[in-house]
Design a protein around this ligand. Structure first.
Ligand code: ATP
Length: 434
């Protein structure tokens, strides 16, 4: 399928089926902001849950954090964001559009004019005021990344958890950047969600942990069903590296318009802890009782956008095929990511089937995210579930009244199997955990 078609189809599906709506649409929209609808909110939670499970739940050495979004200017002064978190901004003198100089050539992508201003540094931080007085003393910032929350809480976490390097602090949540040119749907927005890990290691182990996290994070995407050939790990060139980083690689995804960053994995050395220690006067280091040595850990940071990753998973899952001579659209999402795990579908709306179907629904709801649909023909309902990626439909028919069994239909193969209601939880559980 041509790239533009794929992008258009995915964005249309997102709108039509309630994944992502343009924000404030009834008021004319609001510049590249989006609202996550009934299905989008489920899928985004699943993306974050899959990350949290892999990064926190399944690891003994990683703990979580949820730091404030509204943050002190001192954090951003110490981190260098107030001075350096900038993109080069150019204006087109002809049509007055504004662009990021590093993303365009020497011509305006809007009107083709070459009459552009000199690039000037534009700071991406969102500034606001905390409290009723709008003066300099009340300035606060919406965080542009979750990472600094981990650095400023380094000592708190160390003291309260008694972890020792190598250990990590993980956080996911909203970040805000006043992007010059948001676009490509939710790929680049001014408000977005990130999932970041700061992994603190003894300095002499930083290279090995950097390599470990590059491999580990690639595996996370492929374990969630993303095809290997749509992903690549791209090490930064020396001139691309931040001044403090000794190594950074991006995990890139083949978006319909080309390769784009999904995740950055950076060896940030001791830059952040030293910067916050110097600015605060606090000691941000680790005393190793075994060796009697005190040192500032180095940091490996895998940082991924949750909203951007969700979009990549949607694009990768989008497929069309034919079932019984009829074209269908199917999202081949990994069961862990699909908005609904199961749809319960009574074959007809007749009153006789509704009690059994609701009994099945109540049985499944505590364990699986379920949809219930008794509208339209069964074939159309299967198509609707395929289109939003529901891995299994459970159909209650008139035989169910006699045999207390239901039919499980598989999204990918469309195969159907009869299962006694008493075995349904075990059967779905085993299928969904694969
Ligand atoms: P870019 O160079 O594309 O502006 P970045 O390298 O500054 O991005 P990081 O600071 O490394 O991005 O952020 C980590 C991750 O957060 C990115 O890989 C991306 O998935 C996500 N992200 C960053 N900015 C945005 C945004 N404006 N909208 C959506 N996701 C974003």
């Amino acid at each position: 399928m041509p790239a533009e078609d794929l992008m258009e189809r995915v964005t249309n599906l997102c709108k039509r089926r309630g994944f992502v709506f343009p924000s404030a649409e009834i008021h004319g929209g609001f510049r590249s902001t989006y609202d996550y609808g009934p299905l989008g909110v489920l899928m985004l939670r699943n993306v974050k849950e899959a990350w949290w499970r892999s990064m926190v739940q399944l690891r003994e050495e990683v703990v979580g954090l949820d730091a404030a979004i509204l943050s002190s200017p001192r954090i951003w002064e110490a981190s260098g964001h107030l001075a350096n978190f900038t993109d080069p901004l150019v204006d087109c003198r002809s049509c007055h559009e504004r662009w990021r100089a590093d993303q365009i050539g020497d011509t305006c992508p809007n009107c083709g004019s070459t009459d552009l201003t000199e690039a000037r540094a534009f700071n991406l931080l969102f500034k606001t005021y905390a409290g009723p007085v709008e003066d300099e003393g009340a300035v606060a910032y919406l965080r542009p990344e979750t990472a600094q929350g981990m650095f400023v809480n380094f000592a708190n976490v160390l003291q309260t958890t008694r972890k020792r390097p190598p250990f990590g602090i993980a956080q996911m949540g909203k970040s805000f950047r006043n992007e010059i040119t948001p676009g490509n749907f939710v790929f680049r927005t001014r408000e977005f969600e990130q999932m970041e890990l700061e992994y603190f290691v003894p300095p002499d182990q930083s290279q090995q942990w950097y390599e470990y996290w590059c491999a580990e994070r690639m595996t996370w995407f492929t374990d969630l069903g993303m095809a290997k050939d749509r992903l690549r790990l791209r090490p930064h060139d020396a001139d691309e590296l931040s001044h403090y980083s000794t190594g950074t690689s991006d995990i890139e995804f083949a978006f319909p318009w080309g390769w784009g960053e999904l995740e950055g994995i950076a060896n940030r050395t001791d830059f952040d802890l030293l910067a916050h220690a110097a600015a605060s006067g606090e000691r941000l280091d680790y005393f190793d009782p075994a060796t009697g040595e005190r040192y500032v850990p180095h940091v490996i940071e895998p940082a991924v956008g949750a909203t951007r990753a969700m979009m990549a998973f949607l694009i990768a899952a989008y497929d069309t095929d034919e079932v019984d001579g009829e074209a269908r659209t199917v999202l081949r999402l990994h069961p862990r990511l699909a908005p609904y795990s199961v749809a319960v579908l009574p074959l007809s709306r007749k009153d006789t089937l509704s009690p059994v179907a609701h009994r099945v629904l109540s049985l499944l709801q505590p364990l699986f995210m379920c949809d219930y649909d008794d509208t339209q023909s069964i074939g159309r309902r299967y198509r609707r579930q395929d289109e939003v990626g529901t891995p299994y439909c459970v159909t209650v028919d008139f035989d169910s009244l006699d045999d207390d069994a239901v039919t499980i239909r598989d999204r990918d193969t469309t195969e159907q199997a009869r299962v006694p209601i008493i075995d349904l939880i075990a059967e779905l559980g085993s299928r969904l955990s694969h």
